[in-house]
Design a protein around this ligand. Structure first.
Ligand code: F3S
Length: 397
């Protein structure tokens, strides 16, 4: 492959992978079973990225493993409602076409594990969406480094990745203990997002081992994975009694960090802008079916206020299920919108005309002010949704 016997596209992939392997001291490559590629939005990769992908696709290279895509820069059906221009739309479609020519499934979601790209424990994979990387390593027990878009694509085309970092069992051990104080009051998915954000800030990088969490469902773990990677560089964590590799971790001698109510409040305040939000964005990471059900219940019998918006983000696969169950029509009957294939961070959100986003996701509130001109505030799901409804208030789930 490196010598070019399988074509230029595969050769380019191998050149990239061997260069990476040399930088990180990998002794060999390891076969992978799955890839997930970020860097899909035209707004992020621009003309240069689009042309590079088109070149790669023209070479005839095809992926060798199940490969899915991260969110793109627009909803392919409702892009006009998002304020996306025709030129942006056309170029975004060219990017997706280049990927599909290489055999990539255009799932356009950061929750590939909810739509069929679900690696098993111990499998080597190459994923590049930071929230999904944390989820895959920690919750699924699959093994991936923090790939970039190009290195994940290269791994998919070569069917292998350099063996270093989180592909090696010993490198997956906890490096710091995080004690979650009972006063932190963990109940909702929002609490887990704030916890992740606080821990990312306190720890930076490494592999935290959480004590004191008790129980955590899929939605809580996915939103926490996103926040840990946003405020820190955390690609893996363990939770006693919850995650598959927590058992048998050696904790003696590790530094211990305590997170309590004060640290949680500090994290929340960092993500709270002045002023009144006019757009609630829910779905970072992309909503699960349960989250869409919660939003549908929250808006039942209510209306989004004039001049305000409720935008919900999910994958096409979950959208189809939610539509069958009536959640999409409930949200849209209330004046909200459910978009697929994109998100508040990678679409041109400033084109929406709104100026201040409110969300239950610390990752979204961390990035939106730097990727768009909007201000951002975090809040519980029911508060975020309630703040844009007629008469305000929060409702309950
Ligand atoms: Fe997903 Fe976009 Fe958030 S890619 S994790 S919804 S920033």
């Amino acid at each position: 492959m490196l010598a070019g016997g399988e074509g230029q596209g595969v050769q380019k992939a191998m050149q990239l992978l061997t260069a990476l392997g040399e930088v990180f001291g990998a002794e060999r490559l390891v076969p992978i079973t799955s890839a997930q590629i970020a860097g899909v939005s035209y707004g992020n990769i621009g003309d240069a990225g689009m042309e590079l992908l088109e070149d790669w696709a023209r070479s005839g290279a095809r992926v060798r493993v199940a490969t899915t895509l991260n969110p793109a820069g627009m909803d392919p059906e409702r892009w006009r409602e998002m304020g996306v221009g025709k030129d942006y739309h056309d170029k975004q479609l060219r990017i997706i076409k280049a990927f599909t020519r290489m055999g990539v499934r255009a799932t356009c979601t950061c929750t590939p594990y909810l739509v069929g790209n679900l690696p098993k424990r111990g499998e080597h994979i190459a994923w590049s969406e930071s929230s999904a990387i944390g989820y895959a390593n920690s919750v699924l027990g699959a093994m991936t480094n923090r790939e970039g878009g190009p290195s994940a694509l290269a791994a998919a085309l070569a069917g292998r990745t350099p063996l270093y970092g989180l592909h090696i069992k010993e490198k997956r051990r906890a490096t710091v203990v995080v004690g979650v104080d009972g006063e932190a009051g963990l109940r909702t998915a929002f609490d887990f997002s704030v916890l992740g954000y606080a821990v990312g800030r306190a720890v930076g990088s490494g592999i935290p081992f959480f004590e004191g969490i008790g129980r955590a469902d899929q939605d809580r773990l996915k939103i926490m994975s996103a926040a840990l990677a946003a405020s820190g560089g955390i690609a893996m964590f363990h939770i006693r009694g919850v995650t598959p590799e927590a058992r048998g971790q050696r904790l003696a001698g590790l530094e211990k960090v305590i997170i309590g109510r004060r640290e949680m409040e500090e994290a929340r305040l960092r993500l709270t802008a002045d002023g009144s939000p006019d757009l609630a964005c829910i779905g970072c990471p992309h909503c699960s079916i349960g989250e869409l059900a919660d939003i549908a219940r929250l808006v039942m019998g209510r209306r989004v206020a004039d001049g305000k918006g409720l935008w919900v983000w999910t994958s096409r696969g979950v959208y189809a299920r939610a539509k069958r169950r009536g959640y999409v029509s409930a949200i849209e009957a209330a004046g909200g919108r459910v978009f697929t294939d994109t998100c508040m961070v990678v679409c041109p959100l400033e084109e929406s005309g709104y100026t201040h986003m409110i969300t239950n996701s610390c990752k979204a509130a961390h990035y939106v002010p730097s990727t768009t001109k909007l201000k951002a505030t975090v809040a519980e799901l029911h508060e975020a949704v309630g703040s844009v409804m007629e008469g305000g208030g929060s409702g309950c789930v």
